[in-house]
Design a protein around this ligand. Structure first.
Ligand code: 3PG
Length: 398
């Protein structure tokens, strides 16, 4: 694909797709990471004398104007992070957009209202794409985290205007390439989280690509149960026992070692600081709930990790939101961070709860790369082609 190195943006209207779908409480942005990631691209275009027109979705308003999902709420944080004024257009197409875009001078920045206020966005509708394209001479995509959606502002528009990858998109794709496409081996993948059902494809793809697949979180219980171990009252998808066994067979054929917990921290209540103890996974009691991995499991994972060159991490080990059941996640995250700092490991993490877990363990800064993407990160790890990335490739071939 083409990047900002391949185009002279001076005097051009650059439609820049970013992901401003940031966490918000009471109309205030609670985590500006995604905004900060867009900064290098915005600044570069500004410094080169281009006109930046920011496009994004926010929430899931389903084609209707919903005040609670207006991007106007993001403007103060955006201005604060950018350290410059931005013009806001009440609509991403039509007269309101045209008025703001026509008023922009070189080096200025505007933000258009939520693309999902129009049905044409998610339908990837030709007339809506045309309406969006009126605001730009070129299109730049910096929203990897929305690239798994074949929507007008992520995919369709890249066929309509000359399209380029922004710096954040570039960084994300490079990091992911070095994690799985062309990694230094051995590679360990850690996959945690509650449910196997949402990650079957992911596990299936990973066993063919990595040397060690560590399964944690509620998902591990499904695997333990599939091996005939007692899991008591733990979160467990008993109906997926066959699927879990299939993955174990596939991994053996592929020469991938699946690493399951050897011991666990169990409690009888799902709450923070519930009385708990350590048991072997062979002795989980009838009323026990597995809420974290135990110390032997942690030591085993850490010893394997010490010999790995690459780590891909998606999903926490235990009920990390309930202390002290975050200890397993924290311990392994800290070891990964130390090995990374020592230059022995390339560590890449992403997807939903993972970033929150690493932030909680205070190690996100030390990881080689932390993706801000949720669903897009997962789909990439599943080996899928992301429509928003494919469209950039196709544009560069035209
Ligand atoms: C995300 O937050 O993962 C992206 O912004 C995509 O949002 P969506 O799942 O609503 O498409």
């Amino acid at each position: 694909f083409h990047t900002l190195d391949d185009v002279d943006v001076k005097g051009k209207r650059v439609l820049l797709r970013v992901d401003l779908n940031v966490p918000m409480e009471d109309g205030r942005v609670t985590d500006a990471t995604r905004i900060e990631r867009a900064l290098p691209t915005i600044n570069e275009i500004v410094e080169k004398g281009g006109r930046v027109i920011l496009l994004s979705h926010f929430g899931r308003p389903k084609g209707q104007r919903v005040d609670a999902e207006s991007l106007r709420q993001v403007v103060p944080t955006l201005e604060h992070v950018l350290k410059r004024k931005i013009a806001f257009a009440d609509d991403c197409v039509g007269d309101a957009a045209a008025k703001i875009v026509d008023g922009l001078k070189d080096g200025e920045v505007a933000l258009l209202e939520n693309t999902r206020f129009h049905k044409g966005e998610e339908k990837n509708a030709a007339d809506f794409i045309d309406a969006l394209a009126k605001s730009g001479d070129i299109f730049v995509s910096d929203a990897f985290s929305a690239a798994h959606r074949a929507h007008a502002s992520t995919e369709g528009i890249a066929h309509r205007l000359p399209a380029y990858a922004g710096r954040a998109m570039q960084a994300e794709l490079e990091a992911l390439e070095s994690a799985l496409a062309n990694p230094q081996r051995p590679v360990m993948a850690i996959v945690g989280g509650a449910k196997v059902s949402t990650k079957l494809e992911l596990l299936g793809n990973l066993v063919a690509k990595v040397e060690y697949l560590v399964i944690g979180g509620g998902m591990a219980n499904t695997f333990l149960a599939a091996q005939g171990k007692p899991v008591g009252k733990s979160l467990c998808e008993h109906d997926l026992a066959d699927a879990a066994r299939e993955i174990l067979v596939k991994s053996e054929k592929a020469g991938c070692e699946v690493v399951l917990p050897i011991d666990a921290i169990v409690a009888q209540k799902f709450e923070a600081h519930a009385p708990s103890h350590i048991v072997s996974v062979d002795h989980v009691g009838e009323n026990d709930m597995i809420l974290d991995v135990g110390p032997k499991s942690i030591a085993h994972i850490e010893s394997l990790l010490a010999n790995c060159k690459t780590l891909v991490w998606n999903g926490p080990f235990g009920a990390f939101e309930l202390p002290p059941f975050d200890e397993g996640t924290n311990a392994v995250a800290q070891t990964a961070a130390r090995l990374t700092v020592e230059g022995k490991l390339l560590s890449i993490a992403g997807g939903g709860d993972t970033v929150a877990a690493l932030n909680q363990a205070h190690v996100a800064q030390e990881f080689s790369y932390v993706s801000t993407a949720g669903g897009a990160f997962l789909e990439w790890l599943e080996g899928k082609t992301l429509p928003g990335v494919a469209a950039l490739m196709q544009s560069s071939q035209r």
